[in-house]
Design a protein around this ligand. Sequence first.
Ligand SMILES: [Fe+2]
Ligand SMILES: [Fe+2]
Length: 373
Amino acid sequence: MSERHITYDRIYNTVDRDNFDSLIEVDRYADRTDAFDSIISATVDHFWDPTDTRYVDFNSEPLDLTEQLIMPTDFCIELKTSVADKLDAQQKIRLANQNTRFILSSILHGEQGALSLSASLTQILRDPGAMEYAANQTREEARHVTGFTNYITTRWGTPLQSGSTIRSLLNEIVKSPAVYKKLIGMQMLIEGLAMGAFATIQRETHDPLLKRLIQFTMSDEAFHHKFGKIWADRTIPQLTEEEHEHVELWAAEAFQVLLFNLVNAEQKQEIYKEFDLDWQWVRSAVLEAFSEEDRRADMTNNTNIFRVLIKTLLKAGIITDRTRHVYQAWVDMDELAKEGDEVAGHDVAMAAMEELKLINGGRQKMGARFRTN
Ligand SMILES: [Fe+2]
Ligand SMILES: [Fe+2]
């Protein structure tokens, strides 16, 4: 049941990963949707290259991480608890920056998940247009992997290990043959989390280099989000009651796992060791300092990652009365329903695209000169 295929719109038809013969059937090639053509051709407008200093120069903004914070202290939840009483000023800076390193490492692992997942879609989608979209997304996720690797290498040398929550969700959706799981899991849950996190980080960071890297990444992610929306618009209304229930329950379960585990102390135990902090003690300090009420208050911020995620699921038509209570406990669902369906960070993504058009326009002129001379 859990690995069944739910497609409805034929553009999401899949073939078995090893069934190459079905892809070279002569009447498959022309059976191509144009639903993604505008997203595919827009890729040229938001092209960027993390190895080219005209886009991002990783050596341009040296930072002394023993003195300077990448994110405001506010961003480090532990420092708002009794953990802070155990640390001196230098250690507080170090913990805050290590916390940022953990978040950016999780984003890097998420980008690798997105790369592997979109690559897996290119192997199972039957429609040549859908396949072309997935190939394009694969290429964009690959540059995000390079971009975040370069950033983390510049600031810290190496990324931190993936926490078990993100590791198991990524494993589940990358390996699943079920296209709905891949699309809800990646395009909605993970990309929803990422857009919320990117919007917050780019707004709050003290590091201009990180701001720039994230803005360009967001210009790509906005289109990935759009692809998920096209899938939902064409699929969710067609589901039978039983299928809708199946999809909806899976989404609610994945949401809860992320909500309760994504950034808790257990996931971050690697970073506490050097401060001689026991992760279970840190966890109880955090629980003591923050009530569910604080968490709800946090979710009124429109770039809160979980709020962005709930809105994505709600606007996709996945949430009904069956699971509404799961989300209603945290956010005002009526208020969310009234909001426009633009994803958080859309304005930043569009502004980044304008800048990319200028850089890319300059490159094209140079190319033209080379050709005529
Ligand atoms: Fe990405
Ligand atoms: Fe993406």
